[in-house]
Design a protein around this ligand. Sequence first.
Ligand code: NAP
Length: 304
Amino acid sequence: MATNIALVGIGKIAQDQHVPSLTASPDWALAATVSRSGTVDGIQSFTDFDQMLAERGDIPVVSLCLPPVPRFDYAQKALRAGRHVMLEKPPGATLAEVHALADLAANHGVTLYTTWHSRMAAGVETARAFLADKTVDRAHITWKEDVKKWHPGQDWVFEPGGMGVFDPGSNALSILTHILPAPVHVTKAVLEYPENRQTPIAAQVQFSGNISGDFDWRQTGPQSWNIDVEAGGHTLRLSDGGAKVVIDGTALDVGPNREYPNLYAEMARLVAAGQSDVDLAPMVHIADALTLGRRVTVAPFTWQ
Ligand code: NAP
């Protein structure tokens, strides 16, 4: 039987991915939305989260699609109200607040799931399995996209806590931290801040183990979401954000890309099993890059 779920923060990613995935899922029934302006046709909509929690005791699970800074208060309220909680990525504005949410979930005996949708991309498990018994000699992330296309007018990405280019960069880092057979750490970073903004629009990050990353939000034309790995005399390329994998020049059949349907299937499994999944490894790299990074000022950014 489908479990009732509420979707909170009806913006771009809720409309693009969460609503279609929930509608198609046998596990879930979208029972309410909470948003100051967004709604979903045919679904009861609330503008006040407290009211939804109070009035809809029949909804045991809440999926939070807000940006990271406002998301914490909602997550806290939901967990305190005994609801299972699913967090969009990145799971918080800071590491400590996610640790606090994990403690809260444990204390209330409910599930907390820090989702990393790119880890569910079709080629990622194949890459992880291939690298599991190998030593990585070199790896490079190329994550270059157009912020105006993927975050149109979303000023929060350039406000403190919005993480700038590390918002999409967290997708690459979620894959990297999942496929590498041994952990690495940030050793150096250069962060490019538009002179009128609070977060970087581009970053070059060096990790231990001959691993590097080039993140840029000013890419027009074709978008690049690739991770290239050399390991034990082999080459592996994950492209299209992890949806495709090529090993030693041969493209493997990894099936269709089902990132968000897989996230919701995993949330159903976690709730049924009474488990949480809280993984902050990608965010640790972002925090370290922001701590170690040398700041360079670049041209102002405007949406026009
Ligand atoms: P968005 O459209 O700017 O925001 C989502 C919704 O959150 C908004 O529609 C807004 O709804 C609500 N919201 C924003 N600020 C709020 C505040 N201060 N208080 C309460 N509600 C607020 O952002 P998005 O692109 O959907 O991204 C949301 C999350 O999904 C981010 O963490 C992002 O990294 C992740 N994500 C985004 C994409 C993408 O391609 N954009 C892809 C994957 C994951 P109301 O104004 O109606 O309340």
